[in-house]
Design a protein. Structure first.
Length: 391
């Protein structure tokens, strides 16, 4: 199947337009990284605390942000998490300290700030642990359990928390709902000692700053190793200039993709690094297809100029490029639109990267190759050199 047959587009004749396009987006990304948003790293790399919060009703994000700021918390990020009907927020808190105790304090500060002015002498049942519930029931002894009180209230606690977490998704709307899970005497006792805050902390993840720095270093090394491996492979497969052109092209793609994250103030996490590594391989594969066709045509079109051979090669592979990139783009676009908040940044990197990677294989890699060979020919003062000699 082909979209285009016998095309004769002068891609190299439009190289200055391509250069201007690349410069605009590259410079915009660099300026954002240097002077505006910087490189927005996630907690994976910065270190800190992630708190996943589920609300009984749709939360007011601005109000939550103001509550946290009033509690003295700064440098945090709030994003919606999961489907809108779930009423979930993800709160990321920066943490500069390296000790585990300080990280626990950061977690507790978020919970205390969200709970606000709790009734005196009462605990929040939506965020109470099994130890807290069991201890309260054992002390109040609503069932007059006697000698086996510890075991009986342990079983009651498990039933209560199972109903809260599994049946109600982690958030109770009223303590009276627990009548479906435990005895009326227990429910009445819980009303005396607990209240409901309207939210429940579903999960807490803590990443120490030292671990974040290690992950950041590993991510940088992974990208660097992939570029070096690409350079070595293409140097053996074709010539060194092919490898250099491919590495510069991938650097161009990565710069624009990271710049897009900075411009939109989206955080770069480990999953985004995985997407960038995927894009390096994708862009490299597309570039190799074009380079391979150039190498084949150089053997047959020995007397033509290199620029003409490169143009012909790009036109010959254009249908394959559009088909492959188009189908892949539709897939990742669907992932971006319908994949949910968890995959949003990952799929955003793929959407931007596939567009730029496909463009750069045609508009960046090939002009670099031709520019180098023309520079070498001019330096050698060899005049008009056949394409095979130039390559």
């Amino acid at each position: 199947m082909e979209f285009f047959r016998d095309t004769n587009i002068d891609f190299l004749g439009k190289k200055w337009y391509f250069l201007a396009f690349s410069l605009v987006f590259s410079v915009a990304g660099l300026l954002s990284m240097l002077f505006w948003h910087g490189v927005p790293l996630s907690v994976d790399f910065r270190g800190g605390t992630l708190v996943y919060v589920k609300y009984a009703e749709a939360p007011d994000v601005d109000k939550v942000r103001g509550t946290l700021q009033s509690a003295g918390l700064h440098g945090f990020r709030i994003t919606t998490y999961g489907p809108d009907a779930n009423h979930e927020l993800l709160i990321a808190l920066d943490q500069k300290d390296t000790g585990g105790q300080e990280l626990d304090q950061g977690r507790n500060k978020i919970i205390e700030a969200l709970e606000g002015n709790a009734p005196a002498g009462k605990q929040d049942l939506n965020n109470a642990s099994s130890v807290q519930v069991a201890k309260y029931l054992l002390d109040s002894d609503p069932l007059h359990a006697g000698t086996d009180a510890a075991e009986r209230y342990k079983a009651e606690t498990q039933a209560i928390l199972s109903y809260r977490n599994d049946t109600k998704g982690g958030v109770l709307n009223s303590i009276g709902e627990l009548s479906a899970a435990t005895k009326p005497e227990v429910v009445a006792s819980l009303k005396d000692g607990f209240y409901l805050s309207g939210f429940g902390v579903r999960n807490v993840e803590i990443v120490g700053p030292q671990v974040g720095q290690q992950l950041q270093g590993q991510a940088m090394r992974a990208v660097l190793y992939s570029l070096v491996g690409m350079l070595i492979y293409l140097g053996f497969r074709f010539e060194l200039i092919y490898g250099v052109a491919a590495v510069l092209t991938v650097f161009h793609d990565t710069l624009i993709t990271v710049g897009a994250f900075s411009l939109t103030n989206k955080e770069i996490s480990l999953t985004v690094i995985a997407a960038i590594l995927t894009l390096i391989g994708y862009s490299n594969n597309d570039t190799i297809v074009v380079f391979d066709r150039i190498a084949e045509n150089l053997k047959q079109l020995r007397r033509e100029k290199l620029a003409d051979v490169v143009n012909k090669s790009i036109n010959q592979t254009l249908s394959r490029t559009i088909l492959t990139a188009g189908l892949t783009f539709l897939t990742v676009l669907a992932l971006y639109l319908f994949g949910g908040q968890v995959l949003h940044d990952f799929s955003f990197a793929l959407v931007v990267g596939i567009l730029i990677g496909t463009y750069s294989s045609i508009a960046v890699a090939a002009p670099i190759l031709v520019a180098y060979q023309e520079w070498r020919a001019e330096k050698a003062r060899s005049g008009v050199v056949p394409a095979k000699a130039r390559a």
